[in-house]
Design a protein around this ligand. Structure first.
Ligand code: A5P
Length: 228
């Protein structure tokens, strides 16, 4: 079995009856969804679930999970999601799958955000993975240029398989900012990027992760609580 699957299934054991649950996006979070469905089926758990992407919603439906409308949810007890890079302070780069806007909306109201990653995604200093930035499609080349000029790094438009600009579930394009490690000015960089006109959301999740479930290649799983 894939180590990511073992870790995602471990994360699902943290869910308790009666909880409201966020279902994350990406290949790791995808392993959690059938495991949630199995617990509903075998243990009769009563859960209210919401998905962070259309792909996760589709997978949830395919596994027989009935989803609640996001508009009816004010807070969530637990969310299980993936990440692209995470540092020792649990600061995260996320959005490699393009679902960062919904993922951040969900993480922001989640009491226990559980991030599941392969150990290869742990890093001492963020920035090797480009920072995904969701932007309004209108005038994206201008937004790209202004970001590149302001931050002095390469900024590229994410493309889909047919070569068109990738469009997210919320109709945004994604610009990937290749800062390189270490990411500068960790205290302010997120707001600096967000203040650029045209930017909707930044794939930096700082202070949002409460538990980390690490998948090791040998199949072992480590659960860590966020540093105080
Ligand atoms: C989706 O937009 C992302 O934030 C994913 O959570 C992230 O890219 C991790 O994906 P994998 O679990 O597929 O590596």
């Amino acid at each position: 079995v894939n180590p990511k699957q073992i870790a995602a299934e471990h994360a699902v054991t943290l869910i308790k009856d009666g909880m409201s649950v966020g279902l994350g996006s990406g290949t790791t979070a995808a392993y959690a969804i059938p495991a949630v469905a199995r617990r509903i089926e075998t243990e009769g758990l009563r859960l209210r679930c919401v998905a962070t992407s259309k792909a996760s919603a589709h997978l949830a439906h395919a596994n027989g999970i009935k989803l609640s409308s996001w508009d009816s949810i004010e807070t969530l007890d637990i969310t299980i999601d993936g990440a692209d890079e995470i540092d020792p302070e649990f600061r995260i780069i996320k959005g490699g799958g393009g679902a960062l806007v919904r993922e951040k909306l969900v993480a922001t109201v989640t009491a226990d955000e559980v991030i599941v990653v392969h150990s290869a995604k742990l890093t001492e200093a963020l920035g090797a993975f480009p920072v995904p930035v969701a932007v309004v499609p209108f005038g994206w080349p201008s937004t790209r240029r202004r970001l590149a000029e302001k931050f002095g790094c390469e900024v590229s438009i994410r493309r889909d398989a047919s070569g068109d600009a990738f469009t997210s579930d919320d109709g945004m394009h994604i610009l990937d900012m290749a800062f390189g490690a270490p990411l500068p000015r960790l205290d302010t960089i997120e707001n600096e990027i967000r203040s650029v006109v045209g930017v909707v959301e930044v794939g930096l999740f700082f202070g949002l992760c409460h538990h980390l479930v690490v998948a090791h290649s040998d199949g072992s799983v480590e659960v860590k609580a966020a540093p105080k």
